[in-house]
Design a protein. Structure first.
Length: 83
């Protein structure tokens, strides 16, 4: 069971890093929102989303990573809609 505890501790550390990076990403999304608003650019950019998702086509966990990124993109669009 010690191995399980150690692996979970590693996962917890990775999760902390992921959350920190998500905070950074979402802060940048808010900056994107301001630029889009000032230039009257639509929130949805399907072509950009397609480019982002294509980055993972060769990844070993393509399906899983794509699912995570679709959720991140949804949250990012929602953040741009918030007043």
């Amino acid at each position: 069971m010690e191995d399980l505890k150690q692996l979970r501790e590693k996962i917890d550390g990775i999760d902390k890093e992921i959350v920190k990076l998500l905070h950074t990403r979402f802060d940048i999304v808010k900056q994107v929102k301001q630029i889009k608003a000032s230039h009257r650019v639509p929130i949805l950019d399907s072509k950009r989303e397609e480019i982002i998702l294509k980055r993972f086509e060769q990844e070993p966990y393509k399906r899983e990573i794509t699912a995570v990124y679709k959720a991140i993109l949804t949250v990012s669009k929602d953040l741009q809609k918030v007043k």
